[in-house]
Every structure is written in C-alpha cells, then in structure tokens.
Design a protein around this ligand. Structure first.
Ligand SMILES: [Zn+2]
Length: 488
C-alpha cells in the first residue's frame, strides 16, 4: 500500500441552494473496495436539542446504507480523525469523525462547516481506491440536530444541522463530489434539504454498480467456455472509471458452503489471460497472471459461503507472454470441501412444491473430503443425499439420477444401474430405484469409478438427483445447482 495523496473537500455554508443538478464523482471516481467501509461514530457529546452527536452520525450513515448500494460498517467507537495526519506520520487507515477548532492543525476557512480528508491508492485494476477518510466538524460554529430550514440563534448566528452536514460529508467519504446543478445533499452550499435526494442516491449507485454495465454469466463448478474479443466489457466500465480498457468476462459464483475454490484457465494458445476472483461487490481482489512463470494463470482461495465473481481478463497493451489480448478460453472451477455441498434451487417438473433439500459431491477418499476434480486414473465416488420433504416420507415413490455432459447430452440412470440416453417421449420421469421414501435418501451415483476405464481423460459433467411419488407419477422434485465432476 502506498499513500497517493490527500483530497480535501469542504462544505461551504449559505442559506440558499441552487437549482438543477446531477451527481459528480470525486476527482477520478475513486471508491472503496467492496462498496463498504467501517466508520467510527463514537463522537462524545450531545446536541442542544438532546440527541447525541453519535446517534446523529449513525442515523446519517444508516440513511446511506438504506438508500444506496454502499454500506457503512457502523462502529460505535471513537477514532480521532487527525490520528496519523502529523507531518511524517502514516495514515491509521481508520475512518474517524470528530470536532476540531482546526482541520488537524490547518485553520478552517471562515465559511467551512466540516471537512473530509481522504487518502487513496491505485488498485490492481488501475482505479483509485480509498484507504482512509476522516471528517472534522468545525467546532468554532454552532450545531444542533433538526430537520427543515436553517436556524439562526438569538445572536443572529447560524445554527447548523449536524446530521445533514454528516450526511453530506459521508457522501464525500463514499466518493461523491459537490454538484450544484440540481438540489442535493451534495450541493456545495448547505440548504434546507436534510435528507438524501434522488441524485445523491443515483450518484452512489452509478459509482458502485459498474458491474451492471457488463453482462454477467452465472457459473457453477466445472467448465465454462468463452472468449475475449472486441465488443466485450472493459475493466473501465466494470469499475465505473479508471484507465484500464482491457476486455473482461464476468462469471458469478454462488458458494453455499465454506470451500476452497480453485480457478484455472486454458486458452487457445493466443490469448494471454489474467484471472481475478473478487466478492460480488468487487472487493478483496485476488489476481493471477501466471505467477508460476508459465503465463498460465491459476487462483486458489478459501471462500466463506457467499456470492463471488470470477473475471477472465487480459492486458490493455501488448501482453507479456508474446500472446494476444483476444482469443478463446476454457475456465475450470473446482473446489474442495469437508462435506457434501448444499445444492441450491428447488425445481419440479409440474410446479409442485417440495421442502426437500439436496446435497452432493465427489470423493476420492471415501468421504473424508469432497471436491469435483479427479484425475483420469483416480478412483472416485459420486454421492447424493436428499432430505425428503416430511409430507412425502413413508410414501411409495422413486429416486432419479441424471447426467448432463458439457455438450448438453442428457443420460439417465435406469433401474439396472446403467446410464442411458434420456428419451422423454418414451419415459418422461427416469426412475433409478422404486422404494418407500425415508427421511434421508443416500444415492450412490458412482462407486470406485475410474474415468480412464471407459476411455475418458478429460470431461466436465453435471449430475442431478431427484425423487417423486407413485401417487403423482408425472411429478419430479429436484434441484438446479448440479453435482459437478471434473476429470482433468
Ligand atoms: Zn462538501
């Protein structure tokens, strides 16, 4: 991390605000990684009207949280906004809020109510990222907390509404600049507005929702085939700013359990790919551009359950491996987990409802761990488990197993245990086993199978499991998120 410089934005007082406006970004649309930062609101003291400064700060932060895509992680502790600002000292990377007779030693301009000082750095995608933002309120002025028009005290001095000033300064913390073209909390002069306006909200959302500028593909585990080419989204669009114009494909990945996820990419030999893994809100970037020195990127990360994005990216200029910044690729997404994976997305053939839950996975060690990637000569088991809807337990019914290959071919497991082509016109519901349904149905899809024994060295296939009732034989309950098997 490197300190890039300080940005100072001041709120100037005046009774009127101006007409017509539109949101504006702070010099070069820098933002917080992951659309979130912690703010320390434990400022001591109470306004003349009885509300504590700390509560007013929290209300202001909460308003941004409720109305925009940005999230303040609100701490009730106090942090000195001037910590680390002395000459020669380093920022403390904590976002403090306080009162001061000066801005950490610099005199307040006579018209300044509060100041936000922020520190930023360049991130790996060439965009500016905040590392710290502190707010100092001018304690030479009078404050209270109230809504509506600005008040004047008995000495004809203005009494400023602390909460709307906080709302404005938090806008600077998030990354908005002044804009006087329309009525907004982010107008440069304080006015009678005491709540966020549509333009303030639109500004934050435009700054942080760049992912909406690009088309997203959902991905599970296994293979994804794609290409980087002209017309693709660019990092600059994804990040709502910055200078990186390289192409990027974006895959969303829902992780239902805590997992170790590994992402690899094979290219057509032309494309110089870069892999990036990030949270859904583009935080906690992990990047690999071929760290092993082989120009073949690969990423591995322990991911808590949540929503993530995998970015297949390349270079803006000539790539370093004597390759191109366009071309085709195959993405492999694999995982290891301590147990069976939860398989989300309940489905049914006829729209019936089942509260069943589905789990599944591939194991090469008898169930000590699960994953989806196996070697062609490695024996493995594929297992599924259905917790049957309590209303369906004890009834005569059936279990079903299907396989979908990466080319879209569907095979079903018949009652002899053989995988045969799915022929819905002959048998709509593929029955693998008939039985009285119990609370938990364990389904052994493959046991000690070796891919090379049927001549397979490389494949990605998805398994689905389901069940139905003899009393409703055309209905099948199953799941959307498949059990993936990756032979590589
Ligand atoms: Zn301002």
């Amino acid at each position: 991390m490197k300190r890039m410089g300080a940005v100072v934005a001041a709120l100037v007082f005046m009774i009127f605000s101006v007409t017509a406006w539109s949101f504006n970004f702070l010099n070069g649309s820098q933002k917080w990684s992951g659309a979130s930062t912690r703010i320390y609101t434990g400022l001591g003291g109470t306004a003349p009207g009885g509300i504590t400064w700390s509560v007013a700060l929290r209300q202001a932060a909460q308003e941004w949280n409720e109305k925009t895509d940005f999230t303040f992680d609100i701490s009730g502790e106090y942090r000195d906004p001037c910590a680390g600002t002395a000459t020669g000292s380093r920022p403390d990377f904590l976002n403090g809020v306080g009162f001061g007779t000066t801005v950490c030693g610099e005199a307040f301009n006579s018209t300044t109510i509060a100041v936000t000082v922020s520190y930023r750095r360049s991130n790996i995608l060439g965009s500016l990222e905040f590392e710290e933002a502190d707010i100092v309120f001018n304690s030479n002025l009078n404050f209270d907390v109230y809504d509506g028009p600005l008040r004047i005290n008995s000495n004809n001095a203005p009494v400023y509404d602390f909460r709307r000033v906080a709302l404005h300064e938090f806008g600077h913390v998030i990354g908005l600049d002044h804009d006087d073209r329309q009525a907004a909390i982010m107008n440069s002069r304080i006015g009678s507005l005491s709540r966020l306006q549509q333009d303030d909200i639109a500004g934050v959302n435009a700054l942080y929702a760049g992912i909406n500028n690009c088309s997203l593909s959902g991905t599970g585990f296994g293979w994804q085939f794609g290409g980087l080419q002209s017309g693709d989204c660019r990092i600059q669009q994804l990040m709502s700013g910055g200078t990186d114009t390289s192409f990027v494909d974006i895959y969303t990945l829902d992780v239902a359990n805590d997992l170790t996820v590994k992402v690899d990419v094979q290219t057509d030999g032309r494309l110089n790919a870069v892999l990036i893994l990030a949270t859904e809100k583009l935080g906690n970037f992990k990047v690999d551009e071929g760290s092993a020195g082989n120009c073949v990127p690969s990423l591995q990360s322990n991911l808590p359950a949540g929503k993530y994005v995998i970015l297949v990216n390349t270079y803006t200029n000539t790539p370093p491996c004597n390759l191109a910044s366009t071309g085709n690729y195959r993405l492999s997404v694999s995982y290891t987990s301590a147990g069976l994976l939860t398989l989300g997305g309940r489905q049914s053939f006829k729209g019936g409802i089942s509260e069943a839950t589905y789990r599944g996975g591939v194991t090469v060690n008898g169930g000590l761990t699960y994953g989806n990637r196996v070697g062609p000569n490695q024996p493995f088991d594929v297992r599924g488990r259905i917790n049957i809807d309590p209303r369906h337990q004890g009834q005569p019914g059936f279990l079903a197993v299907a396989v979908i290959t990466h080319t879209g071919e569907i095979l079903v497991k018949n009652q002899l245990g053989e995988f045969v082509a799915y022929q819905p016109e002959q048998q709509l519901i593929p029955v693998t086993q008939r039985k009285i349904l119990t609370a938990v149905e364990d389904i052994e899809i493959f046991k000690q199978f070796v891919a090379s024994s049927i001549g397979i060295s490389s494949i990605s296939v998805d398994f689905l499991i389901g069940y139905g009732l003899d009393s409703n034989p055309d209905e099948l309950y199953y799941h959307q998120q498949p059990i993936n098997l990756l032979v590589e």
